[in-house]
Design a protein around this ligand. Structure first.
Ligand SMILES: N[C@@H](CCC(=O)N[C@@H](CS(=O)(=O)O)C(=O)NCC(=O)O)C(=O)O
Length: 215
């Protein structure tokens, strides 16, 4: 059974798609046009009651929350494709730590910045420059911590590429390539080297080429 991934053009969905490509798992996509509110229609809400993308259907197994979906496939297909969870419990712990850091420290300001600089109007949200400014200030503090971590470790989880790195790809791409705020990444040497490394992976290049963002 080929897994169906809903909402491929959106940022959070790209975490899932990159994970599937790295694990060499076959998938098909189901477009969901968030600019037309397709993620809020009754049929979609039956799959994802919070009305956001992504959600996956793998036979009669349905799952939402991009990071949970990544963990599921990284675990289920551990012996296939690239190892994305670390090789020991200790390595797994550090990968999980940086997945949580991404979800709770990086993503909230990065998402708010994207909404108030880039795609808010597509979602019916009026951009607020003050929120954008506050979000950028929060990101500066977060990225200073990343700079210290990446001065000691090639990747966030350790000396290996992992889910923790994948999780950062979509919104860091927005920061660097869509919001004209690349200085947030490029002005930090180790963060910049890390970004250059992970964004040059064939899996990311394939996903961003096949499913460009709606803006
Ligand atoms: N925690 C969720 C967040 C999903 C999410 O916010 N998706 C956005 C798209 S994107 O910002 O990730 O590109 C969405 O559906 N937004 C539509 C809306 O908020 O109405 C996950 O990681 O899956």
């Amino acid at each position: 059974m080929v897994v169906k991934v809903y909402g491929p053009h959106c940022a959070s969905t790209k975490r899932v798609l990159v994970c599937l490509v790295e694990k060499e798992i076959e998938f098909e996509v189901v477009p969901v046009d968030v600019t037309k509110g397709e993620h809020k229609n009754p049929e979609y809400l039956k799959l994802q009651p919070f009305g956001v993308v992504p959600v996956i259907q793998d036979g009669d197994y349905t799952l939402y929350e991009s990071r949970a979906i990544m963990r599921y496939y990284a675990e289920k297909y551990r012996s296939e494709g690239v190892e994305l969870l670390g090789r020991t419990a200790e390595e797994r712990g550090v990968v999980e730590q940086w997945l949580e850091v991404e979800a709770h420290n990086f993503n909230p300001p990065a998402y708010d910045l994207a909404v108030h600089v880039l795609f808010g109007p597509l979602l019916g949200i009026t951009p607020d420059p003050k929120v954008a400014e506050e979000s950028e200030a929060k990101l500066v503090k977060v990225l200073d911590v990343y700079e210290k971590r990446l001065s000691k470790s090639k990747y966030l989880g350790g000396d290996f590429f992992s889910l923790a790195d994948i999780s950062h790809l979509p919104f860091t791409d927005y920061i660097v390539n869509k919001m004209n705020k690349g200085y947030l990444i490029k002005d930090r040497k180790h963060v910049s080297d890390w970004w250059d490394d992970i964004s040059s992976r064939p899996s990311w290049k394939k996903v961003i080429e096949l499913y460009p963002p709606p803006i």
